[in-house]
Design a protein around this ligand. Structure first.
Ligand SMILES: N[C@@H](CCC[C@H](N)C(=O)O)C(=O)O
Length: 277
């Protein structure tokens, strides 16, 4: 079968985006992995499938699959911004504020006049139901053993699970060594995204994320939200923070418990193409 796709990126976190609104699409895990493969397919960190909604209050539904293993996941921050650009640029909607159904509820991205996209990512969650590893007393951080050392991590769900640690300097943080160990740590039965955050000031962090099912990416939107939320809860950060990733800048705001996280950043179309699957 021939499949048309759009290649997009948000801060270098790259996506193959598929239009499941104009055509019915049901891809097997093998086909998804082929799309994600950088040698035998198109290559991307995640595949985004845009569909008609099931939820009565939503304009669209979008599904997210990690490119390396084809596994479906609940949420993707950079993907949410690319999703908005995609439906807007293809004329699938004229709205600039869009209600989107994800595997973890509705989120609301808005295409700004300056071309950036702001996404209301919903409230972060800290309950054991979302992150089973978190104890009932909901401490803001926990000590876990990673390789030979104890690491203090904050567990945050942005719909998908994150474990964030504070490091002195992200440039020499043990992302490649500890990322996969944290991702597969037995305390996280659903596996986890591992964040390494350097606090530059109360309003600026530097961040690297080893993503579940993808490895280290140039940026992770939900990872940025989770890192800022964990820094605010630890008393290290102000409510609005500039996040420097290897792929560029994001602005993240959070007013505190029960409030939504707002993420603003770019979304760019790279090219369109067709692949035989
Ligand atoms: N890159 C994304 C997150 C994609 C999903 C993640 N790897 C997971 O498995 O939860 C982002 O920008 O948030």
């Amino acid at each position: 079968m021939k499949l048309r796709f759009t290649k997009m990126q948000g801060l270098g976190n790259d996506f193959v985006v598929l239009d499941g609104v104009s055509q019915a699409l049901a891809l097997s895990p093998i086909q998804l992995r082929q799309l994600g493969d950088r040698h035998f397919g198109v290559g991307c960190d995640q595949i985004l499938l845009v569909e008609n909604p099931h939820h009565p209050d939503a304009d669209f539904r979008y599904r997210i699959f990690n490119g390396a293993d084809g596994g479906e996941v609940e949420q993707c921050g950079n993907g949410a911004r690319c999703f908005v650009r995609f439906v807007h640029d293809r004329g699938l909607t004229g709205k600039r504020t869009i209600r989107v159904e994800t595997a973890r509820g509705l989120i609301t991205p808005r295409l700004e006049d300056n071309g950036l996209v702001t996404v209301d990512m919903g409230a972060p969650r800290f309950s054991p139901a979302e992150i089973p590893f978190i104890a009932e007393h909901e401490a803001v951080s926990h000590s876990i053993k990673v390789a030979a050392r104890m690491v203090e991590i904050s567990a945050v769900s942005m719909g998908n699970p994150h474990a964030v640690q504070v490091v002195e300097n992200v440039d020499n943080a043990p992302v490649a060594l500890e990322g996969p160990i944290i991702e597969h740590h037995p305390l996280f039965p659903e596996r986890v995204n591992a964040g390494f955050m350097q606090i530059a000031s109360r309003s600026e962090i530097r961040l690297r994320v080893y993503e579940r099912g993808a490895g280290e990416t140039l940026a992770c939107g939900t990872g940025a939200c989770a890192a800022v939320v964990s820094g605010i809860r630890r008393g290290l950060l102000d409510p609005t923070v500039q996040v420097h990733t290897r792929g560029g800048e994001l602005s993240i705001s959070w007013a505190g418990e029960g409030q939504p996280v707002l993420m603003t950043g770019p979304a760019v179309t790279v090219f369109e193409g067709e692949i035989e699957l």
